[in-house]
Design a protein around this ligand. Sequence first.
Ligand SMILES: [Zn+2]
Length: 313
Amino acid sequence: MSDKFQNTGLSYFQHTLADSFTCVGRGLHSGLKVVMTVMPAEAETGYLFVRRDVHGSKNEIPARWYMVTDTHLSTTISNSMGVRVSTIEHLLAALHSCGVDNALIVLDAPEVPIMDGSSKPFVDIIKRLGTVQQKAERRAVLIRQTVSVSESNRSASLEPSPVPWIDMEIDFDSEIIGRQKLSLPLTQGIFDKEIANARTFGFEEQVETLKELGFAQGSSLCNAILISDSKIVNMEGLRHRDEFVRHKFLDAVGDLALAGGYIIGQFSGRCSGHHLNNLLLRELMTNEQSRMYMTLRQAEAFWKARLVHAVNS
Ligand SMILES: [Zn+2]
């Protein structure tokens, strides 16, 4: 009998990293230099950030949807003492899509290093190190009823689906970006091949204002796509023709990794970003009819029974 969730190839069991890795870089918004070590962690730990530059017992911040305190330009989590970590989404997207359920992330600054602006540097190193299976079964959050949130022309929803799926659409008033759509199942292979290397982006005319406000202090052409009027400033151009929607897809994977298990359902985002992604998780978690916590194995059995029933009726 298979011990894998057939629709994604994911094992029924939790995994952690086979070994630790360290990244040195700067935070995109703070501009601060940061040394970050990602280490194996025990089953049921989830993703746990530890600020080693903060002394005392309150330097731990679990990466969960209810710890999110700021979603302006990136996702920030904070604990009850106000100790925070920002721009966690690209690292979490990499860990989650590589099948790492449990990791201890120790850093000496309040922001994850931006690396090249995508998840690829993290994915490459995780794949090289490998993962190890743990005894506990993998957790799933099964979507039973559609939940949605919206604000002006932006919306995000989660609806029942046996296959984890992301459907993203963006519409920017920019000749370079315009309207872009991407709809793909969320498997490790697809994330690696289609999504992981899509970089974050910004507009040249906004950079000065952002910097004056204390954001984008660490941004450069090495870690973001810069758009000026109708052209890309980066010499190397784009990695994909529609790299922008791919990056929004990546952000959604990272933001949804705060659910505390694999979401078995379809996410649809229309111009959604960190704010709506987190609002959607809050709506999902407070609306008990809309979801069920179970193991991945139980989620598979749930959908098998439902599909057989649909065929027979
Ligand atoms: Zn991003």
